[in-house]
Write a new protein. Structure first.
Length: 347
């Protein structure tokens, strides 16, 4: 029903406006008695074998919602009804910022992809904290954090520290985002020495807390093998709790969409089906180099059940959806979970 009736209608309108419209509708309907129960009945899928224990947390299933969908933690309780095992909010910055100029979100239907150059638009970390204090669901929530656009890289540590301190009471794990292509200079923090300094600082900040919470690094898919090896070395050296692979790509290779149309869209990170294979290859490489026990969350081009299973077979412990959720609709979560369950029984 979604792909035949709802998606064609939604895809006739500006993607960012539709995103906000759907959020408004879900928030409105979420206050109607019985609506959330209906969503759970339609989309949730539970089985004890789907539970995953990772970095001290127990996830009811391995399928999460990636950062960027609910940046400001506005719909945690509603989105929890769609069957996700966890939700990642953000990217959040210390101060509110509008992000880049609109339009900044574009669909590539022929490629089942999305290009975005949102630029960490968010209402600031404190606004998200206040919302999370009021949430009723017990779903695991991760806090994806970054620096404000106006903050020089030399002062980035202060921004990450501020976000950690603010979010610590209300999230279950943290993600350090230095891999978005849409904040000028941010990816420079992925270089070996800046990254080592940042991650060592973040871990030391977390160790000042009464109980340290897991801290993960989210990496770009555009790293060379040498850069990946540097990241792996630093992950081990700084005793990070996990890695998320991958963010969006700046590559435009292999697209079906006409080159002129892509060039007209301009800069931004590409997600969806064009990223599927490469993200899986990176996960496979990380697993080989990091060993069997290092936590990996796989994200990038999971558009169906087979994509999800391939990410898991490549070495991901958990997976996340975003673009697949947009193109396939909310039913994709249940289909993936059923497929994982069937695959486990057959093993």
């Amino acid at each position: 029903m979604y792909k035949q009736l709802i998606k064609p209608l939604l895809f006739r309108f500006d993607p960012e406006k539709i995103h906000h419209l759907i959020f408004d509708l879900l928030r409105l309907k979420g206050s109607v008695p019985g609506f959330k129960s209906l969503l759970r009945a339609l989309f949730d899928y539970h089985h004890p074998s789907l539970e995953r224990s990772l970095f001290g947390l127990t996830f009811k299933n391995p399928v999460g919602l990636a950062a960027g969908f609910d940046k400001d933690a506005k719909l945690i309780d509603e989105l929890a009804c769609f069957g996700f095992g966890f939700i990642e909010i953000g990217t959040l910055t210390p101060r509110p910022q509008p992000g880049n100029d609109k339009p900044r979100l574009f669909r590539l239907p022929e490629d089942e992809g999305i290009i975005n150059r949102m630029g960490f638009n968010n209402e600031g970390v404190q606004a998200a904290v206040e919302r999370l204090k009021k949430r009723k669901s017990n779903i695991i929530v991760g806090g994806n954090i970054g620096k404000n656009k106006v903050t020089p890289n030399e002062q980035a540590l202060d921004d990450y520290a501020y976000c950690i301190d603010a979010l610590y009471p209300v999230v279950d794990y943290f993600v350090v985002n230095v891999s978005s292509p849409n904040t000028p200079g941010l990816r420079e923090l992925q270089e070996k020495e800046p990254l080592r300094k940042l991650l060592a600082f973040v871990k030391s900040r977390m160790n000042t807390k009464l109980k340290a919470k897991p801290v993960l690094l989210k990496i770009a898919p555009d790293l060379t093998v040498e850069q990946l090896d540097d990241v792996i070395e630093i992950l081990k050296e700084t005793n990070m709790d996990g890695v998320i692979a991958t963010n969006t790509t700046i590559s435009r290779e292999g697209l079906t969409t006409p080159r002129e149309a892509v060039e007209q869209i301009g800069a931004g990170g590409l997600s969806g089906k064009p990223l599927t294979k490469h993200a899986t290859e990176i996960i496979r490489y990380l697993r080989k180099q990091l060993g069997p026990d290092f936590p990996i969350i796989g994200v990038g081009g999971i558009m169906n059940e087979n994509d999800a299973l391939e990410k898991l077979e490549a070495g991901a412990n958990l997976i996340q959806l975003y673009t697949g959720f947009v193109y396939e609709g909310p039913g994709i979560v249940k289909r993936i979970l059923r497929s994982i369950h069937r695959n486990e029984k057959a093993a």
